[in-house]
Design a protein around this ligand. Structure first.
Ligand code: SAM
Length: 222
């Protein structure tokens, strides 16, 4: 159901290589920048999670999010980049994160999990890095249980004006770094309409500049 995917602008191997390169310095560069969104997403996930339920973290990166969850929250984490997943595994070993039940290199666009496997899915700053964002979003819905929540923090491009022009100009550079600067909200709205199984619960710009937003969807109950 990938209606607007532009599969030519990012490639899975290029994204994995880009984030393998980011892994050693990722926390230094992006640790603070994305802090607010991460906190909001984790709070939303905890609020939506029924007792005993599991959260799937897609595009977990170095695992900065993971200690923000309650120690009792059961977590599964995936990422396309082997170097990122290695970081998560060594942190889990070092800090004894017993609630992190499974960590795996996996492509969000073609997950190997069963349908309806998780009560809550969190995707922080990952959708705009996926070569086929709509395919990833469809997968988010597939693996989430009916009635479960899908919580996404994401870049939202301006798509017009000076910021829109800058974002377009930066695309050839940021694509090599593994993400898109140009990503209008309409892309989410069109995807949700085409997917037909989700209800938008929240679309809230994140401080300080509102260039990123938190989106919360509920998968329909039947
Ligand atoms: C900007 S980082 C965000 C990391 C983390 N969620 C955070 O909040 O810091 C994007 C992450 O998504 C991963 N990623 C990109 N495309 C992916 C895909 N198709 N499947 C799984 N992970 C992917 C990258 O490897 C990278 O670790």
């Amino acid at each position: 159901m990938a209606t607007q995917a532009d599969n030519t602008d990012l490639r899975n191997d290029g994204v994995a290589t880009a984030y393998d390169r980011w892994a050693p310095i990722y926390d230094l560069v992006f640790g603070r920048v994305f802090k607010e969104g991460r906190n909001d997403a984790i709070n939303a996930a905890e609020a939506a999670l029924p007792d005993g339920g599991r959260v799937l973290e897609v595009g977990v990166g170095t695992g900065l999010n993971l200690p923000l969850y309650k120690k009792s929250t059961r977590l599964v984490a995936i990422d396309l980049s082997p170097a990122m997943i290695e970081k998560v595994r060594s942190r889990k070993a070092k800090h004894g994160w017993h609630n992190v039940e499974h960590v795996e290199v996996m492509n969000a666009q073609a997950m190997t999990f069963d349908d309806n496997a998780f009560e809550v899915l969190v995707g922080n700053y990952v959708v705009t890095s996926c070569p086929d964002p709509e395919a990833a979003l469809d997968e988010f819905v597939r693996v989430t249980k009916p009635g479960g929540e899908i919580i996404i923090t994401t870049r939202i491009g301006a798509n017009k004006g000076l910021r829109g022009r800058i974002e377009k100009t930066l695309m050839p550079i940021t694509r090599r770094l593994g993400f898109r600067t140009e990503f209008p909200y309409e892309r989410y709205a069109n995807w949700a309409r085409a997917n037909g199984q989700v209800e938008l619960l929240e679309n809230r710009p994140l401080p300080p500049l509102g260039h990123f937003s938190i989106l919360r969807y509920r998968k329909s109950a039947n």
